[in-house]
Ligand binder design. Structure first.
Ligand code: IFM
Length: 452
């Protein structure tokens, strides 16, 4: 495959980013690690959920995944070869603390030691997420995130990871995508732990946000020098038509998807209209909770994949909009990312903001040992340009990370949906960088050349 990309177009894009901009690539523990029952790891809610008949589209699980635990050095070399400055990974809580409280697992901790040291040796900043969904099952057995006790367990876990890794990590993210954990996991029941109650989901949201704020306070009190933040999945909401009904729906959807999370974190209160909308399903909030949730952030991470279309018409089908779709059925609309960032900048005082995930699932075809994923390459380039547009209009953008380094376990979709810029052959575990990986490396090398 020819990996020659137009230098002038790479340079045009690269020139739009400042020298301290952070470029990265992201993964999460459950989606890549495997080694699910090895070296003292405890069971997570996703290990359990995958065993539920029908829960995962292809009947798969995370037992082996990308076998990353056994292929750490090879994967670290792959990351380094891209030329990124940061790698975003998550810690499997039950690997390091099998029951979610009490005893720690030295072998599990040793794995993250090797991971972090391996990154530092290669000149890559480790950015660590504490909770990318794989809660220890033992905590779920006591009510999980719906139980306020889990908040204290999470703070202990955060402190334990900080003491273990010291100040070797550049950034610590408390939670990845609280909306997904709360709503998909506890209201819609399509993600672990598979519950179906809106009231539970809203209590879970509150406990996630509270544990985030309390963890930040505890980490800072311990002298943590890493930047501290949280990652939200956010999309810009557009009314499907200009009717008053669709416009009202857009305000409601935006409230449930974005303001319900961003307002408490950046303004210290839940939005009143959504609180009223939830009726009896509002969470129990104790004195001091909101101030803790609004503990100042060093950074905000945003995971963005598409726009959100709001329609009062229940039969509205976003897939018929005419826009190209990824394999997930998500519309490709890069302007949605710049619209989102500009709106956040207008309505809130943003801390330094990172795109912590962006990418697409496409039907990659291996031809003569190579994958020409032009759709993904274009998707990434256009979204990077959208970040540049926001940056130029004053949004405090600090970094961008591709989701994902590797094809991996895409939760309820199993292994059929591939997001990687590096292909994984699950029968041999062979890794093959796709065209998109070669493009990203070429782009980063042009950007770096500009800095010298
Ligand atoms: O794979 C997920 C990731 O774990 C969280 N954000 C969205 C990605 C794609 O669905």
């Amino acid at each position: 495959m020819s990996h020659e990309f137009s230098t002038s177009s790479l340079l045009d894009l690269a020139r739009r980013f400042p020298p301290d901009f952070v470029w990265g690539v992201a993964t999460s523990a459950f989606q890549i690690e495997g080694a699910a029952q090895e070296d003292g790891k405890g069971e997570s809610i996703w290990d359990r959920f995958c065993r539920q008949p029908g829960a995962i589209a292809d009947g798969s699980n995370g037992d082996v995944a990308c076998d990353h635990v056994h292929r750490l050095e090879e994967d670290l070399d792959l990351i380094a070869a891209l030329g990124v400055s940061a790698y975003r990974f998550s810690v499997s809580w039950p690997r390091v603390q099998p029951l979610g409280s009490g005893a720690w697992n030295p072998k599990g901790l040793a794995f993250y030691d090797r991971l972090v040291d391996g990154l530092i040796q290669r000149g890559i900043k480790p950015t660590m997420t504490l909770n990318h969904w794989d809660l220890p099952q033992a905590l779920q057995d006591q009510g999980g995130w719906a139980n306020r006790d889990t908040v204290a367990h999470f703070v202990e876990y955060a402190l334990g990871m900080h003491r273990w890794l010291g100040n070797r990590v550049a950034a610590i993210t408390t939670h990845n995508e609280p909306w997904v954990i709360a709503v998909l996991g506890h209201e819609q029941g399509i993600f672990a732990p598979g519950l179906k109650s809106r009231a539970t989901a809203m209590q879970v949201t509150h406990h996630l946000l509270l544990s985030h704020g309390l963890a930040l306070q505890a980490l800072r009190a311990e002298g943590c020098r890493a930047d501290l933040g949280i990652v939200l999945n956010l999309s810009h909401t557009y009314p499907a038509t200009d009717t008053p009904e669709d416009r009202a729906q857009a305000v409601l959807d935006d409230g449930c998807l974005l303001r319900w999370y961003v307002d408490p974190l950046l303004r210290g209160s839940y939005p009143e209209d959504i609180w009223a909308h939830l009726g009896a399903d509002v969470p129990q909030v104790q004195a001091g909770d909101m101030a803790a949730i609004a503990t100042p952030l060093d950074f905000l991470g945003i995971n963005n994949y598409s726009r959100h279309m709001a329609s009062a018409d229940k039969s509205f089908d976003v897939k018929k909009s005419g826009l190209p779709l990824t394999e997930m059925g998500w519309e490709i609309y890069p302007q949605g990312l710049s619209d989102l960032l500009l709106r956040l900048h207008k309505d809130y005082v943003l801390p330094p903001t990172f795109i912590t995930e962006n990418g697409g699932a496409f039907a990659d075809e291996m031809r003569q040992g190579e994958i020409h994923d032009v759709d993904r390459q274009r998707y990434i380039a256009e979204h990077i340009a959208a970040v540049a547009a926001a940056l130029q209009q004053g949004v405090p953008m600090a970094g961008y990370m591709v989701w994902s380094l590797l094809d991996n376990f895409e939760w309820a979709s199993g292994y059929a949906k591939r997001f990687g810029i590096v292909h994984v052959d699950y029968s041999s575990q062979k890794r093959t960088p796709k065209l998109s990986a070669h493009w990203y490396r070429a782009f980063l090398s042009q950007w770096r050349a500009l800095q010298t």
